[in-house]
Design a protein around this ligand. Structure first.
Ligand code: G6P
Length: 615
């Protein structure tokens, strides 16, 4: 959620930190700040502002300054409203220790009371400020900065990722990862080091990185980094070279990252599918599953978990696993799963879907699954992310960096990856023959082109969006495999256009939503040529009989539904199991254009974050 950056090198730190913070803007934030440490003895300089990074830039007035070490932060408010005072960094009473933080100090109220009683003065309403004061006490007692942070760490309840500097240690900073409040990536440059909450801010500097693990701390200066665990044991962290082209992170010809990412889906699907298997002869690699692959044949049931868009991908994965592997499968929201004492054990395969691999509820749900002895596979778009380190095996999607807060290419890539995983399970269990696998790989091979053809109709979606842009509410209907697609269509619409939208299983419509239908309450129905098409025709008629209008997503050549609905968008015919992927494309475009036409901030919708690392 919050974005964290740190720099120690030879360049002026302020422009470096501002650039890195901009690379993290996509995470969503309400204020931003930096602290730099001047080696000439001028001490700490802290600047922070509510609102966008441009406000911070204005406050800094174009000064690069002398300082070559500093930290920066974009805040997403949890304790205390968005304001200049509550923005990070936070400093201790004597100005010695400065901190930025992602996560929640759950016992902050007690700590604050204790610190106030001991004479500390608080300047903000945040939980984070307690850390600065605790560090000050340790530094006063003679600890070095790393030791001070190590001794403060056990006092903080909850999950945290935090970075600190001290005036007494110019040129250096320390960081800790305690639990699952977001990652800390350390980037190795040439006589310069960078640190950030995610790769997006590191890759423009270097592809040589290390990931801090839970309960680890780092101290870095321009010449390198050293690591210890919370109990004080020195550790070596392996360095990885990340094969991501930073140029792909640019918007290119598109007005918004979201549109760029929607348009990238044919390539994202193709890269994902062909990183997991081949067409001729049909083979599945699934190399990153490791030993988990051997157990695909024997698991008794599957539980899929995720949040937001990834939960909708998981719902489709459930259908694939049942249809292609014949294994009982269920889906649950990770934030529910983690607290409901789920009845699972060694015979259960838990599949988590998380494009970032950092979502706190998913990680905590995975910890529950691990404690109960379940086998775990994660579907992830981020090399080396936390979920991949917890799971027994990973199926990577190859969608490239996704910056729009509203997930698009990662959604369809996750669905395709789940399809391949279901094929792998089906093959391992003898439910699918080699011939059937070949048949399915042929289907997958045609999928990117079907998506590309659908994308060529973007102008139709732009026109149709005009009809919805003034709506107060929209109902999305689908049956069978189209139900998760309807849920996802509604989520996209509300996320970026702020139009209230609900996704419903069409069969449920008569049990409530139909009461809302009138001329001002339009419906979008996924009415493709699937087995339940006749049923959705009835639903369309029922909406129209109550004065409602219907936009139908129909299969090419289906003149009957196109004529029945008030308007229609066509998609190419693909095998039924793959239809939700193609049907999602016009739904993404409709919400995108509706949001643009309503003047919304498409890439950074209000109140939302790309990666949710706090509960
Ligand atoms: C946030 C984002 C969504 C995303 C969800 C899960 O809500 O705004 O776009 O689907 O988190 O994220 P994950 O990284 O776990 O897929």
């Amino acid at each position: 959620m919050c974005g964290i950056v740190g720099y120690a090198g030879a360049r002026p730190a302020i422009p470096v930190l501002l650039g890195a913070l901009k690379d993290l803007e996509y995470r969503g934030y309400d204020s931003a700040g930096i602290a730099v440490l001047d080696p000439t003895g001028a001490g700490l300089r802290i600047t922070k502002r509510q609102g966008k990074i441009v406000n911070l830039e204005t406050a800094l007035d174009g000064t690069a300054g002398q300082a070559t070490t500093g930290i920066g932060h974009t805040r997403w408010a949890t304790h205390g409203k968005p304001s200049d005072q509550n923005a990070h960094p936070h400093v201790s009473c004597n100005g010695e220790a400065v901190v930025i933080h992602n996560g929640i100090v759950e016992n902050y109220a007690e700590l604050r009371a204790e610190l106030v009683a001991a004479g500390h003065t608080f300047r903000s309403e945040t939980d984070t400020e307690t850390i600065a004061h605790l560090l000050e006490d340790r530094l006063k007692d003679g600890d070095g900065l790393l030791e001070a942070l190590r001794r403060v760490a056990p006092r903080l309840e909850g999950s945290q990722a935090l970075v600190a500097m001290a005036e007494s240690e110019p040129g250096a900073m320390v960081a800790a990862r305690l639990g699952n409040a977001g990652g800390v990536v350390i980037g190795y440059g040439n006589q310069e080091m960078i640190l950030a909450s995610d790769l997006a801010a590191v890759l423009p500097f270097t592809q040589e990185v290390a990931f801090l693990a839970d309960q680890q701390l780092v101290r870095l200066d321009r010449s390198g980094a050293s690591f210890i665990t919370v109990d004080g044991t020195p550790v070596e962290l392996p360095r990885k070279r990340i094969p991501i082209d930073p140029v792909s992170a640019l918007k290119g010809e598109y007005q918004h990252f979201m549109l760029k990412e929607v348009m990238e889906q044919p390539e994202a699907l193709s890269d994902t599918i062909w990183s997991l298997g081949t067409l001729d002869p049909a083979e599945l690699y699934l190399d990153d599953l490791g030993d988990a692959r051997d157990q695909l044949a024997t698991v008794e049931r599957v539980m899929l978990i995720g949040m937001g868009t990834s939960l909708h991908a998981a719902m489709l994965g459930q259908r694939y696993i049942e249809a292609l592997a014949g294994v009982p499968a269920e889906t649950d929201n990770a934030s529910e799963f983690r607290y409901r004492d789920p009845v699972i054990g060694p015979g259960t395969l838990v599949i988590s879907v998380s494009q970032s691999g950092e979502t706190v509820d998913v990680l905590e749900a995975m910890n529950v699954a691990r404690a109960k002895g379940a086998l775990q596979i994660t579907i992830c778009n981020t090399e080396g992310a936390q979920t991949t380190r917890v799971a027994d095996g990973t199926v990577y999607t190859r969608a490239g960096l996704e910056r729009g807060v509203a997930s698009t290419k990662c959604f369809t890539a996750s669905v395709a990856a789940l399809y391949v995983l279901a094929l792998g399970m089906g093959l391992a269990r003898g439910k699918l023959s080699r011939e059937e696998l070949q048949h399915h790989m042929n289907d997958l091979a045609r999928l990117p082109e079907a998506v590309a053809r659908t994308l060529r109709d973007a102008p139709v979606c732009e026109r149709e969006a005009q009809r919805f842009k003034t709506a107060g509410h929209i109902l999305f209907l689908g049956r069978g495999l189209a139900f998760p697609a309807a849920m996802e269509g509604a989520l996209k619409m509300k996320e970026i256009s702020y139009i209230h939208a609900e996704g419903y299983a069409a069969g449920e419509m008569k049990h409530g939503p139909i009461a809302l239908i009138d001329a001002d309450f339009p419906t979008i129905a996924i009415a493709t040529r699937h087995a339940l098409r006749a049923k959705i025709v009835s639903n369309i008629e029922q909406v129209q009989a109550r004065g409602g209008t219907v936009l139908a997503i129909v299969t090419e050549g289906d003149g009957q539904i196109a004529a029945l609905a008030d308007s229609a968008i066509t998609i190419p015919e693909v095998p039924e199991l793959l239809e939700p992927i193609v049907a999602s494309i016009p739904l993404q475009l409709l919400s995108y254009y509706a949001a643009v036409q309503r003047g919304c901030d498409v890439d950074q919708p209000r109140n939302l974050a790309k990666t949710v690392t706090v509960e």
